[in-house]
Design a protein around this ligand. Structure first.
Ligand code: UT7
Length: 327
């Protein structure tokens, strides 16, 4: 028996917000954003397009690639920090929209490390429970709903998107996931967080007037820790898989900043041609970013069956992790 990823899909909203559009909203400019981040544009969901709508679209594309139907799903897991509602989970909304009646559903959050956490989680759940034969994992965010559009430190960075994976238990032995390492450090949570909206600081008028419902980030502190943590966890996961960085066909890092991606690739001695990035057109889409990058790379024929992929991510929590997949 093996737990395989047999389908992948992604979705981005139609509306494009360029750096030039942002110049009209905050005191920023295209040159600063491009040179400091690598981002040129991002997608923004409409007011009536929710996290579960984007997840549903990505899931339908992944199901189609897998040749599967929604009512065959036994498990739906969503990684998100922007669920449609506090209750029920966004996964339950996705189940309803897909018509996946018999699936177990829940959300979890590991911020930008959501996909890497989720791949380990779903693989382990399927291994440990005979009930789960087909599962859907979606990393999905409507970050525009928690972005402070008057804070130039953060509003130029984020975008909305979804990236979905279909897992299947197959008769063929060997898992798609060869090795995984996930970690966190809750002590540094204030470097990247949303203070309001939980039970600590509920959305009272006073808290909303103080913009506590929006993402706050100490960018350059996060930058340094992100590089070190991703590089260290890549070394750990390579060791766990008894592989070296030259055995990797593609590095697919979380898409937060071109300079972070460059530094991680360089320290791992993985040449730029083997590093997948679509950050310039989508910005940082948190839990969606790795699924979105992998989906585009797989559909364009860049990533081929049998390739060894090294995924790595870092996000709020702080959370981070790396996984190696045999595609
Ligand atoms: O996905 C989860 C993990 N998140 C990340 O990995 C993000 C990590 N951090 C970053 O990507 C970068 O730190 C940023 C892109 C957020 C910022 O880049 P930076 O090179 O670290 O810039 P900085 O924060 O040190 O700011 C440099 C200057 C400041 O001005 P002064 O104090 O030097 O006069 C900022 O006020 O750039 C200014 N600045 C801007 N200027 C124009 C900050 N944001 C902007 C902006 N446009 N949007």
């Amino acid at each position: 028996m093996g737990i395989k990823i047999v389908g992948i899909g992604s979705y981005v909203p139609e509306r494009v917000l360029t750096n030039f559009d942002l110049e009209k909203i905050v005191d920023t400019n295209d040159e600063w954003i491009r040179t400091r981040t690598g981002i040129q544009e991002r997608r923004i969901a409409s007011d009536t397009e929710y996290t579960s709508d984007m997840a549903e679209m990505a899931a339908r594309r992944a199901l189609e690639m897998a040749g599967s139907f929604a009512d065959q799903l036994d498990l739906i897991v969503l990684a998100t920090v922007t669920p449609d509602t506090r209750l029920p989970s966004a996964a339950c909304h996705v189940q309803r929209k897909l018509g996946a009646r018999s699936a177990a559903c829940f959300d979890f959050q590991a911020a930008c490390a959501g996909s890497v956490y989720g791949i380990e989680l779903v693989t382990a759940m399927m291994k440990n429970n005979r009930k789960y034969k087909k599962a859907l994992l979606v990393g999905c965010e409507k970050l525009s709903s928690v972005t402070n559009w008057s804070d130039r430190n953060t509003c130029v960075l984020f975008g909305d998107a979804a990236g979905a994976f279909i897992f299947e238990k197959t008769k063929e032995s060997g898992d798609t996931l060869l090795a995984s390492v996930i970690s966190a450090n809750g002590a540094d949570y204030e470097m990247l967080w949303i203070p309001g909206g939980g039970c600590q600081l509920p959305l009272t008028k006073e808290n909303v007037d103080s913009n506590l419902q929006y993402i706050r980030m100490e960018g350059n502190k996060v930058f340094k820790i992100a590089v070190t943590s991703m590089v260290n966890s890549c070394h750990e996961v390579l060791e766990a898989a008894h592989l070296k960085s030259e055995d990797i066909d593609w590095l697919i890092p979380h898409q937060a900043n071109m300079r972070i991606i460059g530094a991680v690739g360089e320290r791992l001695k993985i040449p730029t041609e083997k590093v997948i990035s679509n950050l310039w057109k989508y910005g940082n889409t948190s839990a969606a970013s790795i699924g979105l990058a992998l989906d585009e790379a797989a559909r364009s024929g860049k990533v081929k069956k049998g390739d060894r992929l090294l995924l790595t991510a870092f996000g709020g929590g702080m959370t981070w992790g790396s996984s190696i997949l045999r595609w």
